[in-house]
Ligand binder design. Structure first.
Ligand code: SF4
Length: 273
């Protein structure tokens, strides 16, 4: 079976930076290292780090010593305040593109705009940005009219462009003035374009990455619209030979938190089918 791997398949800039920093910390320190929630949305990397002593915790108040690593998509303002108050050591690996969303949203609030965050209200990044607005913001994932004189919008970094455009269009109806910052990160945009292109060239498309990864799930949905035989898998163990009946060319793309070694394992397995 022939496989075609997307050029943009391994860790994005923000994830690579975070993992490199944590690996350095593992070598340097002997005490406990904690992350608030998973540091990235890839279960295989999170369990590999766990074996090296990096423990994900859900509640910051469970941490009383050691080093706390902020996850790539940001932590909440109150969590950061707790860490400072307790004098805990910390490493901030929040991606600069996520910090840019926060900065833009805070700027809009300061200048009197009703802030709208376009994204998933349950995603860690959106919760983080909202907390820095003291929860004074509206989260929208679908087009909806908001009546306010001034509306300022930002997007979750891993949002798809279709949702972004549709929500912004809906906001035009209710505001006298609207200011929009497109804060979808470049890595997300490039990967989404690649997914569409590749899905159109192959008989089966595999999107590889954590089932809990927002950007991987979006890649899957986007690719599936083009190639109905698109499957979202976490590792080579999820592959099913039925999917490839009659297929000659298989496309592979990873989410921004999918390590190269998992993509290579899938590649090898598909080639041998
Ligand atoms: S997907 Fe974009 S925003 Fe998220 S960590 Fe990667 S580079 Fe940063």
């Amino acid at each position: 079976m022939e496989t075609v791997k997307s050029e943009h398949s391994s860790f994005c800039f923000g994830v690579k930076r975070a993992i490199d920093r944590v690996m350095k910390e593992i070598e340097r320190k002997s005490h406990a290292i904690y992350t608030l929630g998973p540091i990235i949305h890839n279960p295989q990397i999170v369990s590999m780090l766990k074996e090296k002593g990096v423990i994900p915790v859900d509640d910051v108040t469970d941490i009383s010593d050691g080093t706390v690593v902020f996850r790539t998509h940001g932590i909440k303002k109150e969590e950061e305040e707790y860490i400072q108050k307790k004098g805990l050591e910390s490493i901030d690996v929040t991606c600069p593109f996520v910090k840019r969303v926060r900065k833009r949203a805070m700027y809009l609030k300061k200048h009197g705009y009703q802030v709208v965050i376009i994204g998933d209200k349950n995603h860690a990044e959106v919760k983080s940005v909202l907390s820095y607005l003291d929860n004074d913001g509206i989260v929208l994932q679908e087009s909806c009219r908001i009546d306010a004189r001034k509306i300022g919008a930002v997007s979750q970094t891993t949002l798809d462009r279709e949702t972004f455009t549709s929500v912004v269009t809906g906001l035009l109806d209710g505001a006298e003035e609207i200011r929009v910052y497109d804060t979808i990160c470049r890595s997300t945009q490039v990967r989404q374009q690649e997914a569409v292109k590749l899905a159109g060239l192959v008989d089966v498309m595999l999107v590889i990455g954590g089932k809990n990864s927002s950007n991987t799930t979006k890649l899957y949905k986007i690719a599936k619209k083009v190639q109905p035989k698109t499957y979202h898998i976490e590792t080579d163990k999820d592959l099913k030979s039925d999917w490839f009946r009659g297929a000659r060319k298989v496309g592979l793309i990873g989410g921004s938190s999918t390590p190269d070694f998992i993509i290579d394992l899938v590649d090898r397995r598909v080639k041998n089918l």
